[in-house]
Ligand binder design. Structure first.
Ligand code: VGL
Ligand code: ZN
Length: 201
C-alpha cells in the first residue's frame, strides 16, 4: 500500500480518447487494465474527466473554415482546435467501460466553460482559473502525485507541470499513458515535464 500522502491521478481515460472515439489516441485502451491493477495500491485516487459543452470554443466546428488540429488564438494564448469530443453527457465523454471508476474518491471535471479549454487537472488554459483539485489534495494531506492516463502530451503533461510548479513531487508512469503526438508535441512534453522536475518512468 502506498502512503496516505501520495495520490494516483488518472487523467481522462474516456471513450473519445480511445480507439473508435472522436479524438482517438493510438493504444488509449491498452492502459485500462494496468491502471485498474494499480488502484488498490493507493489510498487517494482522483480521476479527471474532460467535459465540454457542445459549442466549446476548442472545437474546430465552432470556427468556420478551420480544420481540426489547426491552431487559433484565444484571449489566453494559442489553442489547438480539436474535433468535437467529450461533449457533456455523451457516450464519448463517459469513462472507458472497463475502467474501475468505483475506485475514484473524486472525479474532477474540466473544460466546461465554453471559452476556456482546460488540459490540466489544476488550472484551465488561462493558467489562473483553478479546478479546485489543489484544495482537495491539500486538505487530504497529499504532497506526492503519480499520474497516468491520456494524453501524455496534453492533459497529462499540463497536469504534471502545473503540479510540479505547485510544489508536489510528481511521477508520470509513461508506460501507462498514450500520446496524441501532434508536430513533435510528445518530445516537447517530455522535455517540459523533465525541466519542471517531473520524473518519468
Ligand atoms: C485532451 C485534447 C483536448 C487530453 C483533452 O485529455 O489530453 N487533449 N482535450
Ligand atoms: Zn478536451
Amino acid at each position: 500500500m502506498r502512503p496516505a500522502n501520495e495520490a494516483l491521478i488518472v487523467i481522462d481515460v474516456q471513450n473519445d480518447f480511445c480507439p473508435g472515439g472522436a479524438l482517438a489516441v493510438a493504444g488509449g485502451d491498452d492502459i485500462v487494465a494496468p491502471i485498474n491493477a494499480l488502484l488498490d495500491d493507493y489510498q487517494v485516487r482522483v480521476f479527471t474527466q474532460d467535459w465540454h459543452p457542445a459549442d466549446h470554443l476548442s472545437f474546430a466546428s465552432e470556427h468556420p473554415g478551420a480544420e481540426p488540429y489547426s491552431m487559433t488564438e484565444m484571449p489566453y494564448g494559442p489553442q489547438v482546435l480539436w474535433p468535437d469530443h467529450c461533449v457533456i453527457g455523451s457516450q464519448g465523454a463517459a469513462f472507458h467501460p472497463g475502467l474501475r471508476t468505483d475506485a475514484a474518491d473524486l472525479i474532477i471535471r474540466k473544460g466546461f466553460r465554453r471559452g476556456i479549454d482546460s488540459y490540466s487537472a489544476f488550472f484551465e488554459n488561462d493558467h489562473e482559473t483553478p479546478t479546485g483539485l489543489e484544495g482537495y489534495l491539500r486538505t487530504r494531506g497529499v504532497d506526492r502525485l503519480v499520474m497516468v492516463g491520456l494524453a501524455t502530451d496534453f492533459c497529462v503533461n499540463y497536469s504534471a507541470v502545473d503540479a510540479a510548479n505547485l510544489g508536489y513531487r510528481v511521477n508520470v508512469i509513461e508506460s501507462l499513458t498514450r500520446a496524441i503526438d501532434l508536430d513533435g508535441s510528445l518530445d516537447a512534453a517530455r522535455r517540459g515535464m523533465a525541466a519542471a522536475g517531473v520524473t518519468l518512468d
